[in-house]
Structure formats: structure tokens, C-alpha cells
Design a protein around this ligand. Structure first.
Ligand SMILES: *Cc1c(COP(=O)(O)O)cnc(C)c1O
Length: 385
């Protein structure tokens, strides 16, 4: 049977078919807010108060949302989390990093470090996809890096300082791109908690946001002042300068022109999340969504959670393996024909797998409907195979 011929009964469909792991669902109210505020703000200068106030509102809203400790600050810049990997290389790592690698995104961070000619090769702590590996205490490391949520595999790792690392003067730097706003976190366990806004924050891409500790700010200024090009040690491209991002952010600006629509969508989302009850609310909501899927998969005859250790299963990105007879490409095609999109596994992982973003904007009822839709499609496909 041609998967695109399958018509899912209407009463099984979710209200909204967007289940991507990033970009992710944007609420209609965000679009309305963008349209309303955009009428006067889009097409105006980011150096003037109306836009600076939006940036200020985002920074304050995030500080409230993450209950950031005294002295920490929310900083932002252009380029997304991918650019921030290079920001870390240029401005944060003094010589040597210890890195946890357990999937594509944590691997990319490690690869950036390897490619920086002025840094030592990182000490890598690796584990198989579907598990996680936090670095051990490493005497020569001045920076510890890992990902809170490995988006390529649906694994969530703990965010706790490596014992002894702080006493040794090392910084803890956590990629929270698909975790921030979905998974609980104690920011005091990190020096840099960074993310892009198009995942759990349901905005658009192109921006990075980092919650910085005083020690991280101090490190960036120290490296900028003592190791930069003029001293012959390293080149910090102006676009990747963390000190300039900090200086601009403190004035509610960015080094260069940001996407105002991204900022407006994000501002609306941060306000919304804080009104709902902040991170306690959103992490509970995502946990409920994820639990529904894991429970369904465990009971299913054709699906199974990919991550074996229940404690490592992510509550923001859920991965589910399918039995051999049921091809993910057929399931994806049938779902897409019926308006359910972006539930493909991570391509490079190469498994027969579905992957569902269960971020705060995704309704629990829609997750339940999604399971009914997958059941329906699977029955049709298996019956006719
Ligand atoms: C998506 C993602 C990135 C890259 O984000 P961009 O905004 O596309 O640069 C980095 N790390 C993780 C964990 C991600 O999920």
C-alpha cells in the first residue's frame, strides 16, 4: 500500500501536527503578538528603545524563568548555538577542555575544539548513542563541556558540576539547546548554560542565548585581555567575541543586527511560560508529554523506547525505535500526508526510528492523538505488507 494513500480518521488527528525537535511548534498567540507588535517594530532600529525594551524584557524574563543566582546574567548574540561552539573555543577555554560526547551535537562541540589551533586537543569522554557520558575530573581541564539534552538521540544528561572542578578553577559549560525550558536545571551548577530559541522556547533560529556566571564573564575578559591576537596567542574574530556580546547585551543590544521577529516570538514565549508557572510548570508539562509516549511505546507491539535506561530518557525529545517490518520512511510519509510533520529520527543516527519534540508548546492531548495516529498508520502498513 502506498503510505501517502492512508487517510487517518479525523477524530484521531491532533489539533496541531507540528512535533519537530527544532524548529518546533510556535503557538498561534505568538504569531498574533508578532503581528501586532511587528506593525510598529519590524523595520525599525535595534539601537532604539522600542527594540531594546524587547531585548531587556527577554533578559529579565529569562532571569526570572531560570531563577538565576546573584551575579549571573543573560547574554545574547547572533548565530545560534552552532556559532556559540566557536565562541566557547575563542573566549572560554583557556587551554584544555574535557568534553562529554554521546551523539551528533556533543560531537560537534568536540570537533570545534579540535579544530581550534590555539587549544590543546580536548580530553574526550565518549559513550554510545542512547547513553550519556559526563566527563570525569581531569586535572589539566580548565573547561568542562557536555549537552543537557542530546537532541540526536533523545538522551538527557544530568547537570551537576564535576566534583573538584570548581575548586580547580574550571568552568562548566552546558549546551542546553533542546533542554532549556523543557528540563529542570539548577543554574548554579553551571557557568554557561546556552541555547538557541527555536526548540523548547518555540521561537525562530539565528540567535544564541547564554546564562553566564561571574566566573565565566571574568574568564572571557581575561582571555580577551591577555591572549588575544595582539599578544600573538589567538585570534578572536570580532563576530565571535564574547566580551563584546556581554557589553552589548548589558545595553540590551547585539553586536550586529538581530532578527526582530525571533526576538518578538521569544519575548512572548518567555512571558507566557512565566505566567504559566515558569520552569516548574514547563518541565512538568514536558515530562507528562514524554511519559505518555514512553508508556505507549513500551506497551506497543511495533515500537519501543530507544533509550534503555529510563533515567536517561529525555523529557524534551522522545526517540522510539520501530520493528523491522515497519519502515520509518513509510510511517513518516503517511503522517505527513495527514498533516503530522517532522517526527523523523536524526538522519546520521541511521536507525528505524521516530523522534518527537514534546516541548512546552505541544499539547498533551495532541501527543495522545499522535500515538493514535501512529497506531492507525502502523496497522494499515503492517496489514498490507
Ligand atoms: C539544535 C541544536 C544545536 C544547534 O542549534 P542551531 O541554532 O541550529 O545552531 C546545538 N546543540 C543542540 C543540543 C541542539 O539541539
Amino acid at each position: 500500500m502506498n503510505p501517502t494513500d492512508i487517510i487517518i480518521p479525523h477524530d484521531l488527528l491532533p489539533q496541531d501536527g507540528r512535533f519537530g525537535s527544532g524548529p518546533s511548534k510556535i503557538r498561534p498567540a505568538q504569531i498574533d503578538a508578532l503581528s501586532a507588535a511587528g506593525r510598529t517594530l519590524l523595520g525599525t532600529s535595534h539601537r532604539q528603545d522600542p527594540v531594546k525594551n524587547v531585548v531587556g524584557s527577554i533578559r529579565e524574563g529569562l532571569s526570572e524563568f531560570f531563577h538565576i543566582p546573584d551575579g549571573y546574567e543573560a547574554v545574547l548574540g547572533n548565530g545560534g548555538a552552532s556559532a556559540f561552539w566557536d565562541v566557547i573555543c575563542a573566549n572560554v577555554i583557556t587551554r584544555t577542555a574535557a568534553v562529554g560526547v554521546y551523539g551528533s551535537f556533543s560531537q560537534k562541540m568536540a570537533t570545534s575544539i579540535v579544530s581550534a589551533p590555539f587549544l590543546n586537543d580536548p580530553v574526550i569522554y565518549e559513550s554510545a548513542p542512547g547513553t550519556y557520558r559526563i566527563p570525569d575530573f581531569t586535572p589539566e581541564a580548565d573547561t568542562y563541556c557536555w549537552a543537557h539534552n542530546e537532541t540526536s538521540t533523545g538522551v538527557a544528561a544530568p547537570v551537576r558540576r564535576v566534583p573538584g572542578s570548581r575548586e580547580a578553577g574550571a568552568l562548566t559549560v552546558v549546551d542546553a539547546t533542546s533542554a532549556a525550558a523543557a528540563l529542570p536545571v539548577d543554574i548554579s551548577e553551571t557557568d554557561i548554560y546556552y541555547f538557541s530559541p527555536q526548540k523548547a522556547f518555540g521561537s525562530e533560529g539565528g540567535l544564541w542565548i547564554a546564562i553566564l556566571s561571574p566566573a565565566a564573564v571574568e574568564r572571557a575578559f581575561h582571555i580577551g585581555e591577555t591572549l588575544e591576537c595582539a599578544h600573538g596567542e589567538r585570534w578572536i574574530p570580532p563576530f565571535l567575541s564574547l566580551t563584546s556580546a556581554i557589553t552589548n547585551s548589558r545595553k540590551n543590544q547585539t553586536l550586529n543586527t538581530p532578527s526582530l521577529s525571533t526576538l518578538l516570538l521569544l519575548d512572548n514565549q518567555v512571558r507566557y511560560l512565566n505566567e504559566q508557572g515558569g520552569l516548574a510548570w514547563s518541565s512538568k508539562h514536558c515530562a507528562d508529554n514524554a511519559q505518555l509516549l514512553y508508556t505507549w511505546a513500551e506497551a506497543s507491539s511495533f515500537a519501543n523506547p530507544f533509550v534503555e535506561d529510563p533515567a536517561a530518557r529525555s523529557n524534551s525529545v522522545v526517540t522510539v525505535d520501530l520493528v523491522e517490518d515497519l519502515h520509518d520512511s513509510d510511517v513518516l510519509a503517511a503522517l505527513r500526508t495527514n498533516g503530522i510533520v517532522d517526527v523523523s529520527g536524526y538522519r546520521k543516527l541511521g536507525r528505524n526510528q521516530l523522534r518527537v519534540g514534546v516541548f512546552p508548546n505541544v499539547q498533551t492531548r495532541d501527543v495522545a492523538q499522535l500515538t493514535h495516529c501512529i497506531d492507525y498508520v502502523a496497522r494499515q502498513l503492517l496489514m498490507n505488507s
